[in-house]
Design a protein around this ligand. Structure first.
Ligand code: SF4
Length: 264
């Protein structure tokens, strides 16, 4: 993997998520290389070959956050803050140290267990939240769709350790790929270690987009009997598959009194 320094650009940017006004991408590009990633279309490098880092992330971000009041900052919007190069470059840890020093908090989304390295900082923040995303309980299938992520069980173990340390946790079951993702099994796996579970269907709007071309290629090679079922389901949010899944999830939410956020 080639690591290069990116051109000078703002690090703190606005974030449209609920209760989160700002976000920070600690890298440009993502080694996890999920073939369904919506950010692939916005990549300025080939994510499988080159990741960009900021020249001096602490110095620059320090100047930028001094202009806003202390609040939770989201990390994990366009890139995974705990992708493999974080072991060496520690951009995310440096940002967390800065946020803590300035009285900010962090809301993190990752597919990696490297986040447990930073429990010491996270548990000292006022309201840090770490969410882990999972989509495949079968790791053979995961490898097809996420070229360079770690096993689902390791991510759930990270959730367990975070919860044990007193850090608030969440889980994203995302993306639900129709007829492939076993959503209910994944809920059972994460439920003991999370306070809230968000569920998102695979969101692809454009049949000419790189993420759909990637996903279709995987489906054609490995699930040839399912392609004709999956494609119309993905491009129709009114499809019976989504309605039935939504009904089942709402029933589960009520029966088990789960904090399930359903976005199919
Ligand atoms: S971990 Fe997230 S940002 Fe990285 S490639 Fe996968 S979906 Fe995209």
């Amino acid at each position: 993997m080639k690591i290069s320094v990116c051109s000078n650009r703002p690090i703190l940017s606005s974030c449209g998520l609920k209760d989160l006004d700002y976000q920070v991408d600690t890298y440009v590009g993502c080694e996890h290389y999920c073939y369904y990633c919506y950010a692939l279309a916005q990549a300025e490098t080939d994510w499988s070959k080159e990741i960009l880092v900021h020249k001096d992330i602490v110095k620059q971000l320090s100047g930028e956050i001094d202009k806003v009041s202390p609040q939770p900052i989201y990390m994990g919007y366009h890139t995974d803050p705990y992708q493999p190069c974080e072991v060496q470059y520690r951009q995310t840890r440096k940002v967390l140290e800065l946020l803590k020093e300035k009285g900010f908090s962090a809301s993190i989304l990752t597919k990696s267990d490297l986040v447990v390295r930073d429990i010491d900082i996270l548990k000292e923040m006022k309201s840090a939240v770490v969410s882990v995303s999972v989509a495949f309980n079968d790791n053979r299938i995961r490898k097809l769709f996420e070229a360079n992520t770690i096993a689902t069980e390791k991510r759930i173990e990270a959730l367990r350790q975070l919860k044990k340390a007193g850090v608030k946790t969440g889980a994203l079951i995302c993306p639900v790929i129709p007829y492939i993702t076993d959503t209910f099994h994944l809920i059972d796996m994460v439920e003991p270690y999370t306070e809230v579970i968000w569920i998102y269907g695979l969101s692809i709007n454009d049949r000419s987009g790189q993420n759909w071309l990637n996903v279709r290629k995987i489906l054609s090679s490995h699930f040839p009997d399912l392609v004709e079922q999956i494609e119309p389901t993905l491009f129709s949010k009114d499809h019976m598959y989504w309605r039935q899944l939504g009904d089942g999830l709402r029933a589960l939410k009520q029966n088990r009194q789960l904090d399930l956020e359903i976005h199919l």
